[in-house]
Design a protein around this ligand. Structure first.
Ligand code: C2E
Ligand code: CA
Ligand code: CA
Length: 395
């Protein structure tokens, strides 16, 4: 791939043979590679050599992997990151989620012993434009879009929405869509929500962004012919739950276009929802009183921390794609899926598995009794017209 021909891979690993193996494979692909054996050297090269890709070992003597990821997030690094690790299971999953939640791009996890084929595959995947979920264009950290630009895009209405279909596991029937914000900037190209949502959060633009999305999505859903009992899910920032005027506007919009709030699922991420403070729970209760459904999004390992009131307020749990994707290869991930599904059944919550990328994952979710599934294998996020066509053909 031409875009990767001049790529520069920076490797952080304390085991020289591993670092050298990565370097040889990278160079065979036409990359340049350098390696650092400690965090200080790594951050120095990061600044001075300006790598385009990173490969890091999260478990090294004297280096805290989470500190390292925090350091990268604090520098707003957008290079694809390959995590190489001897440990597997929950710690790596947690690190992956942490990275993602902080706007970093994880290209994949490389297990030890190192397999050349896996690294080849990952470097190819990390090539610009190769990952459909997060098209990020060629923009490097220094010239990534600014908050001002995002502000302008929100005000001009130039954000768009993609709709990802969601299906019932037992019958395979279409049950609804999740609306996902899209930003195409003329000079930066397609910017990933993993980049612009945190940007909006940091610069006080998230409320405006959410409102724009809702103003596009709810009327679209209202106009959808034959929508029957389909649902429409929207990601809301937890801050919106606390903004009573914004909630009232959403309820009013639904009334105006004749969308029953019971058909609208507001998705709130696990991290936010596990804040067990009374004020936040009161805000969630208000959303339920308006009739909206509430989904606990990106759920991975918060079961023990889920308070009893929160359990009553949510109507659905969406299992994070990092867990679902690992369920076939990791016993820990599979156990997490099973315990969340068991909990959902007992608590009367619907359950959705996200990130279904192949038929066998779909079969597993069905076998374990998930209600719904979402993922590239079943349906990519698509433009409004294509989503409408899916509804027509589902009848
Ligand atoms: P999310 O709510 O977990 O949304 C699902 C993400 O997973 C989407 O990424 C979707 O494209 C991706 N996805 C779906 N199926 C698969 C699959 O099979 N494999 C993989 N690898 N990925 C899959 P997207 O669109 O890049 O959105 C990223 C995140 O940005 C969302 O995660 C959500 O947290 C946030 N976001 C997106 N739109 C909005 C919005 O309108 N408002 C707010 N507040 N956040 C949004
Ligand atoms: Ca979501
Ligand atoms: Ca999710």
């Amino acid at each position: 791939m031409a875009a990767t021909a001049s790529a520069r891979l920076l490797v952080l690993d304390d085991e020289r043979p591993v670092a050298e193996a990565i370097q040889i494979i990278a160079e065979a692909r036409g990359h340049q590679a350098r390696f650092a054996s400690d965090a200080a050297e790594f951050f120095e090269l990061l600044r001075d050599w300006a790598p385009t890709h990173l490969a890091i070992d999260l478990v090294m003597p004297g280096v805290d992997g989470m500190d390292l990821l925090s350091g990268l997030a604090a520098r707003h690094r957008t290079e694809p990151i390959i995590i190489s690790s001897t440990t597997s299971g929950k710690a790596v999953l947690a690190a992956q989620r942490f990275a993602r939640d902080n706007g970093l791009r994880i290209a994949g996890v490389l297990r030890r012993p190192l397999q050349a084929a896996a690294l080849h595959e990952m470097l190819a995947q990390a090539g610009v434009g190769a990952v459909p979920a997060a098209p990020t264009g060629l923009a490097g950290p220094a010239d990534s879009p600014s908050a001002d630009l995002l502000d302008l895009a929100i005000k001009r209405g130039s954000l768009s929405v993609a709709y990802q279909p969601k299906f019932a596991c037992d019958t395979g029937r279409l049950v609804g869509f999740e609306a996902l914000a899209r930003w195409h900037d003329p000079s930066f190209g397609q910017v990933s929500p993993a980049q612009f949502v945190p940007l909006a959060e940091r610069h006080g633009l998230i409320a405006a962004l959410t409102e724009r999305v809702v103003e596009v999505v709810i009327p679209w859903f209202a106009r959808l012919e034959d929508r029957g009992d389909l649902t429409i899910a929207v990601n809301i920032s937890p801050r919106m739950a606390g903004d009573s005027a914004a909630v009232d506007r959403l309820a009013e919009l639904c009334r105006r276009v004749h969308v029953d709030p019971d058909r609208v699922i507001l998705e709130i991420t696990e991290g936010a929802a596990l804040r067990d403070d009374a004020q936040f729970l009161g805000q969630l209760a208000r959303l339920r009183l308006h009739g909206f459904q509430l989904a606990l999004d990106d759920f991975a390992d918060g079961l023990v921390r889920l308070g009893s009131l929160a359990k009553l307020l949510f109507t659905e749990i969406k299992i994070d794609r990092s867990v679902v994707m690992a369920a076939q290869s990791s016993a820990g991930a599979r156990a997490t899926v099973e315990s969340v599904l068991g909990f959902g059944r007992r608590a009367g919550l619907r359950t959705t598995g996200e990130g279904v990328e192949d038929a066998s994952t779909m079969a597993l979710l069905r076998e374990l009794g998930a209600d719904f599934a979402q993922g590239y294998h079943l349906g990519m996020p698509v433009a409004a017209e294509d989503a409408a066509r899916l509804v027509t053909s589902a009848h």
